[in-house]
Design a protein around this ligand. Structure first.
Ligand SMILES: [Zn+2]
Length: 260
């Protein structure tokens, strides 16, 4: 069967063309890799949904539980997978990103594990994309990172730690939970403002007014879902804050060495 485009990656097993896509706007090329879970009953159902017009959505790649990988939209085009959101102060994440949908039932299915064959395929494809586009480690993100409070995928069962060992994404070992100071919804003042400033510096979109509001809680939850998945409660405990600090150091160090 002939297609209107060729696979961008040698990791692609076959092509199914999606219909919801367009030109990228205001960018030279993608500089974010965005990972999702499908959150549906089956991979075939997700495939149909991502390729049909009525869904309004699409993505660049879909990876099944057994690791089979298909491409739906050429990387040079803008797929409809991110929706409203922001990272490092920039919106229209669709124009800036390549989207991978990973077949997994997600939260509605009680967070089933991602099989090793599937994770290996995610790592292999991601490495290829990152290399070809020069995507920075701290810009390999989950959907929940760019849309806190609205999206929760790929979820706290997704193994970002293992993925980082495969050379994909930025990771620091989460600081062990300990009792001590914490900040939570309803708190206000300089410590809250400092926390918000760190989250914003890492890339999360939020207001830094010093009030621990609902939006701040959503962002803390999104941060935990990605970087401290053992406890996702929206409370900025001392271990969450220490993990965030370590991650910021890692991001700044990496950026520094990249530019040398
Ligand atoms: Zn998603």
């Amino acid at each position: 069967m002939s297609h209107s485009f060729k696979a961008d990656s040698p990791n692609v097993d076959w092509i199914e063309e999606a219909v919801n896509f367009g030109e990228r706007r205001g960018v030279d090329g993608p500089d974010i890799l965005l990972l999702h879970y499908t959150g549906m009953d089956s991979g075939d159902g997700a495939l149909k949904w991502l390729c049909c017009e009525e869904s309004g959505v699409s993505c660049h790649y879909l990876i099944f539980e057994d690791g089979r990988t298909l491409q739906m939209v050429p990387e040079r085009l803008r797929a409809h997978h991110a929706g409203a959101g922001s990272w490092e102060g920039r919106e229209d994440v669709n124009s800036r990103s390549i989207g991978i949908e990973i077949v997994n039932g997600g939260h509605p299915a009680g967070l089933p594990e991602f099989p090793p064959e599937q994770m290996q395929a995610v790592a292999d494809l991601s490495r290829d994309i990152i290399k070809r586009h020069g995507i920075a480690a701290h810009r390999v993100l989950g959907h929940s990172d760019i849309a806190p409070g609205r999206k929760v995928d790929p979820g706290e069962a997704f193994d970002w730690s293992w993925l980082s060992q495969q050379g994909v994404g930025l990771w620091v070992e989460p600081v062990e939970a300990a009792s001590g100071l914490f900040l939570q919804e309803g708190d206000a003042g300089d410590p809250v403002q400092a926390l918000q400033g760190m989250l914003e510096l890492y890339g999360y979109g939020l207001e830094c007014g010093g009030n621990f509001d609902r939006k701040t809680r959503d962002v803390v939850e999104a941060f935990q879902r990605h970087f401290r998945p053992k406890r996702v409660d929206g409370v900025a405990d001392i271990a969450t804050i220490a993990t965030l600090k370590a991650l910021l150091d890692a991001k700044l160090l990496k950026n520094g060495s990249d530019s040398m």
